[in-house]
Ligand binder design. Structure first.
Ligand SMILES: [Ca+2]
Ligand SMILES: [Ca+2]
Length: 97
């Protein structure tokens, strides 16, 4: 991923996180986090997705936890590492049917 693409991804992350964080406490609780599964149309149990993000298991997802999880899953999904996730790569990763 190029620097510009990385910056863009980080910016996107912040925008999405901020939108999800409805009470603006800098953390996503369970109900805030559940909204994540809708915009991305991910057919996955929000609780199991949350446990993926919530590395310290305190029931809250901080921006740092969010970034670590989205970055690592993005890199995993982005098979050819070109910074763009295609529908094909989403299917290959098992996220999208
Ligand atoms: Ca919050
Ligand atoms: Ca946490």
């Amino acid at each position: 991923m190029s620097m510009a693409a990385a910056q863009e991804a980080l910016q996107q992350n912040l925008v999405v996180f901020d939108r999800l964080d409805r009470n603006k406490d800098g953390q996503l609780n369970q109900s805030e986090f559940a909204a994540l599964t809708n915009p991305y149309a991910i057919k996955i149990d929000p609780n199991s997705l949350m446990s993926l993000f919530d590395t310290d298991r305190n029931g809250q997802v901080t921006l740092i936890e969010y970034r670590i999880a989205t970055q690592s899953s993005f890199d995993r999904i982005d098979g050819d590492r070109n910074g763009v996730v295609t529908a094909l790569e989403l299917r290959a990763s098992g996220i999208s049917p």
